[in-house]
Design a protein around this ligand. Structure first.
Ligand code: MRU
Length: 364
């Protein structure tokens, strides 16, 4: 356990609305694994900063944080007039949506919240605010169910004792429970599968070392931390039976944006005949984005590469730095996309459409 922490990290909620319904409470992920600190956020600027600075991060957690965030901002709009309310709502929505461009869950969650406004425009503004609160809470509960379902489907792809490699953190800390890429691991652990997990440290922000290794270790999973340049070695040694990764946006053809370095892992895995599975809630699949070439890749500041997490700068001052936060893994390197409605296989343009058809039938 880390400093000041009285409970296991798995008992903390990543994202929550406080009991009074007046603050967004997040576990500050930039402080992990050193200390477990909860932050109460109230203003648009605080929420925007928390998303941009990765205090709350991981596509599903960003979506849920944005849903609670826009509810709180909407609650603060003082008017009884729908048109005035809606115009202010849209301004707040646009602002939060600008925090990070690649994870589609951000705009997905905000669009869902906007639909609550437009569907209920005939209600008094106070009634719309109540509906927004209910929708944000529903979105969080849905995330937990979705992750568990992804875990069940993912578990069919591996067997007890298997070695699993993962990149970045698509764990419980990136969602409301279970994670996506880690969901098969957690469910397997409940059932005595004894997986051996290899967690890439994930340069430059070390989500694999700080978060994935931490949460798996705290859960009693057999986890081994490796540097990003070691994945070929562990695969060549025959220690990895499957790669499970998360995603920030899956295009209609299956091309997948995830944390920078994922495509390198996928290329190496192909060399060693290890299947790569992308664990993707349907909220992260964007059928309006046709291919990976259409995905906006977030560029982050140079100091994340040169200084952050180091005691001293680790690069010459002023050196040119290229710091894309995500890369695109081509769909032909992906053995399957694991959703809450089942596993999509190539050709993805068809199989992902079928997944959404299933979703439509299930939720109407
Ligand atoms: O920059 P981050 O830490 O938000 O990047 C997170 C990832 O790339 C995750 O793999 C992805 O969001 C899936 S989380 C279930």
């Amino acid at each position: 356990m880390c400093e000041g922490q009285v409970k296991n990290i798995m008992e903390y909620e990543t994202v929550a609305l406080d009991d009074e319904g007046s603050a967004l409470v997040i576990l500050d992920q930039t402080k992990l694994p050193g200390s477990a600190e909860l932050l109460s956020l109230h203003t648009g600027e605080e929420i925007w900063d928390a998303i941009y600075l990765l205090k709350v991060r991981g596509a599903p957690a960003i979506g849920v944080a944005a849903a609670f965030g826009i509810y709180l901002l909407a609650k603060g709009i003082e008017t009884e007039d729908y048109d005035t309310f809606y115009a202010a709502f849209c301004r707040h929505k646009e602002y939060l949506n600008s925090a990070r461009p690649t994870a589609v869950n951000l705009s997905w969650a905000l669009n869902r919240m906007e639909k609550v406004c437009t569907d209920n425009r005939t209600l008094p503004v106070a009634g719309i605010k109540e509906k927004l609160k209910a929708e944000a809470i529903a979105l969080k509960e849905e995330d937990i169910r979705v992750c568990r379902a992804i875990g069940e489907h993912g578990l069919t792809l591996v067997k007890p004792g298997d070695g699993i490699l993962t990149h970045c953190n698509a764990g419980q800390l990136a969602t409301c429970r279970y994670g996506t890429a880690t969901a098969p691991v957690y469910l397997g652990q409940e059932r005595g599968y004894h997986f051996r997990v290899f967690a890439d440290e994930t340069r430059p922000l070390l989500q694999g070392a700080r978060l994935t290794a931490y949460e798996l270790y705290a859960s009693g999973v057999d986890v081994t931390l490796i540097c990003d340049n070691m994945s070929a070695t562990v695969m060549r040694n025959g220690w990895v039976n499957a790669v499970f990764v998360g995603c920030d946006r899956v295009a209609a053809n299956g091309d997948t944006a995830n944390k920078i370095g994922t495509s390198v892992v996928a290329a190496v895995a192909q060399r060693y005949h290890v299947p790569v599975y992308v664990c993707a809630p349907t909220s992260t699949i964007d059928m309006n984005t046709l291919t990976g070439a259409d995905i906006t890749i977030e560029q982050r500041p140079a100091h994340e590469v040169t200084d952050m997490w180091y005691e001293k700068p680790m690069a010459p001052a002023g050196v040119k730095v290229f710091n894309p936060a995500f890369d695109v893994t081509d769909h032909d390197l992906i053995a399957g996309i694991v959703t809450e409605y089942g596993i999509a296989r190539a050709p993805y343009t068809e199989s992902l459409r079928e997944i959404f058809e299933k979703k439509k039938q299930a939720v109407g």
